[in-house]
Write a protein that binds this ligand. Sequence first.
Ligand SMILES: *Cc1c(COP(=O)(O)O)cnc(C)c1O
Length: 374
Amino acid sequence: MNHYSGLLRINLSALRRNWRLLKALSGKAGCGAVVKANAYGVGVDRVAQTLYEEGCRDFFVANFEEALQVKRLLPNPGNIYVLQGCWPGLEMRFVEENLIPVLISQSMVERWLDHVPPGRGRCVLKVNTGMNRLGISLAELQMFLLQPDRLERAGLIMVMSHLACADAPEHALNRQQLSVFEQVVSQVHQCLPMVKASLANSAGVLLGHEWHFDLVRPGIALYGGECTPALRGRLAPVVTLSLPVLQLRQLVVGESLGYGCTFVASKPMQVVLVSGGYADGILRCLSNRARGWFRRELPLLGRVSMDSCCFDVSHLEPSELPEEGDLIELFGDHLSLDAIADAAGTISYELLTRLGERLQRFYFEESSDPAVPQ
Ligand SMILES: *Cc1c(COP(=O)(O)O)cnc(C)c1O
C-alpha cells in the first residue's frame, strides 16, 4: 500500500467489541447504532454492515438520503430511523422505502397524519424533555393523545427524547429529563401500551438502567469516543490516523518552522515533515499543540498547513529515527482520540466527522489480517 497521503486504519473488530460492550451495559434494552454523517466520518458502508453482522437491527441516520444509503447496504434493513424526520412531500417516499421518520414538530406530525394511509407507515414521536432543540412539547403531545387511534393508524411505534448533558453524569438536568420522559411514556402507555421508548445516547447508557427504556442509541462510543468518565479506558480504539514522513530536516538555533514562524528552534533540532494537514481534518488550531507517536510521543511543531505538518524527533536515538514513508500516528492505537480533541478545544465527534476525503481508508478485522500496515 502506498502511503502518499494520510492513512486511516479502521479496526472493525474494535467496533464490534465496542458495540458488544454497549449492548451488555444496556441490559434488557435493545442496542441500536447511530450511523449519521457517514458513521461519524468512519465510513457508513463498512460500519453498518459490520454492526448488522453483530446483530444490530436499529440504525439511526440524520436524513432521508443517509437512510437510503444504509438501506441499500443491508441484507434486511431492519429499522432505519431518520432523526430529522420527514420533509414536506416526502411522506409517501418514507412509506414506500419502509423508513421510520422521527417526527420532531407539531407541523411534521400533522403532515404525517394527513398523508400516510392507515396502517401503511411507521413513525417515532420525539418529545422535548428539556434540551429544547427538536421535539414536540408536552402540551402538543397531550393534544395528539386525545386522538390515539389517529396515532395508531399513523404507525406510531416509539416515543423518543434526547439528553442534553449525559456526558456530565452529575448534571441535574439528567434526572429532570428522565422524570419528564417517564411521564411522557406513562401518558402514551395509557392509550397506546405497545409503543416503545428511547432516551439514551452513548453517555446516557452509562447513566444507568433507568435511562435505558426499550432501545438505546449510542453513536460516538461505538467509534471509540470516551464521551463520559465512566467509559474511560473501556473502549477499543477504532480509528487510527497516521501520516507518512515526507522529509527529515535539521534546524539550527534561531531557525523558524513553517508559516508565520510560530516555532523557533532554541537548540539544534531534527524534525520530520509529514503529509497531512487541515485539508485532511487535522485542525489548524492544533498548531504547536498536538502530539504524534513514533516509538514515543513527538510534539507537533509550528503551524498545521493545508497538506502537511511537522513533528519534533530530536529526542529519538539516531537508530530510531523515522525514514521517508514511515508513519507518524496522530491518534488511535497509542494516542487517544479524546486527548487530541481536547488539545484542539473540541470533541471527538468533530474531529472524526472532519476527517478528509483524501485520507486513504483501510478497513480490517484483527484476526483475518496478517498485513496491517504499521
Ligand atoms: C447523534 C445522536 C445520538 C448519538 O449520540 P452519541 O453522543 O454520539 O452517542 C443519539 N440520539 C440522537 C437524537 C442524536 O442526534
